[in-house]
Design a protein around this ligand. Structure first.
Ligand code: NAP
Length: 250
């Protein structure tokens, strides 16, 4: 194993994904950055910041809900870096809507990106991790998958699916030296987070719900992800960690 650690981060052009990619680079990782091609400018900007830190960055476009694109992306990441030590499945979408009027297409879109996307990235990467007998899989779920809020039933279902999938996968691949854990952000100030925060009354209500009386920043999510991506968590698997300033206590 080479000294430099390598990571693949999906949805890395902005928000939590960009913060994770930059945070891992700061901790000495070379980073393969994924997003959809429409995010090229933002993704290139994150890559440039990582290269300025002296780490390697590879920009890989793929829609994580498209199996062929995912397989090509993982192949490119492995060819570029030789190995991927850690994968962070961060790409996700939130489309609000109550259950009674929810179009089937919206249910499918959210499940395809949030749940199936993580599954397909992991499935494409597993043979390489198994061959090495090493891997760190970190899935970005959400406290929404444990608690949830009105108009987010399908989002909640997709994140609960990620957590259930992760617990079983942890048991399947544990003997092979691969860990699988979930980070559950709370209310984080990103473009997605603004869905919950645009109305000051709603924003203040969320603040009041946190033990720490504040909304999270993308950087708040980085440390816990870096822990699960590293050997500091070598004997931790199948876990979900709330990173929410104290909203959900289970
Ligand atoms: P964000 O600001 O909307 O960023 C998400 C990124 O993922 C965007 O660049 C997006 O690209 C990309 N993406 C979306 N669909 C993709 C696909 N099919 N393939 C590849 N990339 C795709 O969201 P965020 O707030 O940083 O959220 C990151 C993760 O944290 C998500 O999984 C989210 O569910 C989770 N989370 C967020 C919060 C919060 O409060 N922000 C709370 C709990 C959990 P496009 O913009 O082009 O679609």
């Amino acid at each position: 194993m080479s000294d430099t650690r390598t990571a693949l981060v999906t949805g890395a052009s902005r928000g939590i994904g960009a913060a994770i990619a930059l945070g891992l680079a700061k901790r000495g990782y070379d980073v393969a950055l994924n997003d959809i091609e429409r995010q090229k400018d933002d993704l290139d900007a994150v890559a440039a910041q990582i290269r300025e830190m002296g780490q390697r960055a590879e920009v890989l476009f793929a829609d994580v809900s498209d199996k062929a694109q995912v397989e090509a992306m993982v192949q490119q990441a492995l060819e570029a870096f030789g190995q991927i030590d850690a994968v962070v499945n961060n790409a996700g979408i939130l489309i609000a809507g109550t259950v009674d009027g929810l179009p089937e297409t919206t249910w499918d879109a959210v499940m395809d990106v949030n749940a199936k996307g993580s599954f397909m990235v992991i499935q494409a990467l597993l043979p390489a991790m198994k061959a090495r007998g090493y891997g760190r899989i970190v899935n970005i779920a959400s406290i929404g998958g444990k608690h949830g809020a009105p108009e987010q039933a399908h989002y909640s279902a997709s994140k609960a699916a990620v957590m259930g999938f992760s617990r079983v996968l942890a048991q399947e691949v544990g003997p092979l030296g691969i860990t699988v854990n979930c980070v559950c952000p709370g209310i984080i100030m990103t473009d997605m987070g603004r869905v919950n925060l645009e109305d000051p009354q709603v924003s203040n209500a969320w603040k009041a719900k946190t033990a720490m009386a504040r909304i999270g920043d993308p950087e708040d999510v980085v440390g816990p992800v870096a822990f699960f991506a590293s050997d500091d968590s070598a004997f931790v698997t199948g876990q979900t960690l709330n990173v929410d300033g104290g909203i959900v206590f289970s």
